[in-house]
Design a protein around this ligand. Sequence first.
Ligand code: NAP
Length: 244
Amino acid sequence: MTVLILGGTSEARALAAKLQGAGVDAVTSLAGAVGGTSAPPGRLRVGGFGGASRLVAYLEAESIRAVVDATHPFAARMSANAAQACAAAGVPLLRLSRPSWRARPDAASWHWVADLEAARVAAERLGQRVFLSVGRQSVAPFLCWTDRYVLLRVVEPPDEPLPPAWELLRARGPYALSGDRTLLAGRRIDVLVTKDAGGTATAAKLDAAAELGVAVVVVERPADPAGVPLACTVGEALDWVLGH
Ligand code: NAP
């Protein structure tokens, strides 16, 4: 049997390694938007499928017997396409998504917003100097901030030119509390703007913000497609695959 892992996350990579260790044939699919990552273990394919109907054709052509959607919590289009295609092709689908940050004790003190535009409006009320940690594809709504200091931390730089007052920091997690504390304190950050990516690899900025009294604006996750079973850990996803 062949398993398709929809990837782009550390969890997808870890699952690919575990399946390889268990002797299960798996192929990881990457969108290909971010370069510089080493290939995940096992087989790899790169690039969009061309929508849900083409994904159905791919599942059939490659004799895929199960799909694990281990894409980022904010990759809503891919998750919706996977749900539609797997339902049409009769292929079991599991959503592997790291736990939300909502369960953190400090989450109640954050400013939760529905989208990036609302995050911009909220941050403008909360301070002048911003740590923007939303990913390279989500920078556009903030580019009107030409009069404020913005520390933008991204794996790969965005396509858009950045205002001169912004500082671009290229880095890849996981991040340590000591480093993020130094970053927020050293840049005299007033507001952290982030998405509810969840998990531990990028959570140090939240701990640093709590320590330093920095305001936090968090964009809520899109809902996962209805009716798709959910796993929060790689171990749970491995058990699900082996159970098929
Ligand atoms: P998206 O908006 O849900 O997807 C846009 C399109 O990209 C999809 O319709 C699909 O194209 C293609 N695609 C996405 N993930 C793919 C995959 N794993 N394999 C093949 N095609 C894929 O996704 P996104 O937010 O642009 O994210 C793109 C990738 O980056 C995802 O794999 C995600 O795991 C990763 N990522 C996203 C974020 C984030 O904040 N959104 C953060 C870190 C990593 P077709 O319709 O042509 O099939």
